[in-house]
Write a protein that binds this ligand. Sequence first.
Ligand code: NAP
Length: 324
Amino acid sequence: MSNQREKVVVIGSGPAGWTAALYTARANLSPLVYEGAVPNTPGGQLMITSDVENFPGFPDGILGPELMDKFKAQAVRFGARVVSENIDRVDFSSRPFKLWAGETEIQAETVIISTGANAKLLGVDKEAELMATGGGVSACATCDGAFFKDQHVAVIGGGDSAMEEANFLTRFASKVTLVHRRDEFRASNIMVDRAKANPKIEWALFKQVDGYITEEAGFGALKKENLVGVRLKDTQTGALSEIPVTGLFIAIGHKPNTDLFVEQLTIKDNGYLQTQPGKAVTNIPGVFAAGDVQDDYYRQAITAAGSGCMAAIEAERFLEELGL
Ligand code: NAP
């Protein structure tokens, strides 16, 4: 056990965590950030994203990992301290709160949870590589749709996200094939009807992705694989077919990273942390939550950063009221 008693501990290192760290650092609270252990992708979902073109302030776009490096450098510049470990256990039953990273116990007056959510992936061969290199596979149509102007793309899933993304992608793509493993949808009728009425959307039902077809592009250090098609397997007959898509958007849901907190904090039915409307406040005073771990709706880097700022200001005021 260490004797550390921290004013602010931030768990997680995506846009929400670094922004919370920046603001609390600039408030002289010397936050301690648990950024996560390599290889568990410190930096969150942006570390597996290539070009980010919708983060204000970067008119030419920026690579996801580079953006996260900048977030981190800015927080560190003002005094955030960073530990490259995971928090494995927490006890929020009384203050100071207790957290454990392996054998190390940390005591904290306030905790800001920004552990994010992960898009569920298909686990098909080459998927991670194609996502990380901008090779044509993405889990975010809002972020990457504009790269596929006049191209044929596919969307995987049968929920509201898949319908919404398919509709959204028709703004750019010449054709969108919606691939779903059965012929019934979790999506609401209105969303399905809207997609069905869209002449640019084609349906591939009872189909599951069986493989990515890629081609090598570029040369030297810039050499990479690009998606040129998808092999589909019929879920009823097992028959294989191919569609010539250059983009594929996985929309099969997200999993918020709340496993550490399920016993201690209020969790919504869909698994996300409950915060008070318009606030970064959880059900335990002094424990705040920001970013995708509590956001099942917007899920954007900029909204995560905004809620990280909110959590920091809440923590600062909480400490001030306690005279700390
Ligand atoms: P979801 O409702 O859980 O739907 C996930 C879809 O992905 C399902 O159709 C599921 O198929 C499919 N799927 C899951 N794992 C798969 C796999 N390994 N391979 C192939 N397909 C797979 O998730 P969501 O669409 O992200 O929606 C999440 C929540 O957000 C919902 O409550 C939704 O209503 C809400 N939402 C609302 C809006 C809106 O109102 N504008 C927009 C987006 C999301 P099966 O059905 O066969 O299981």
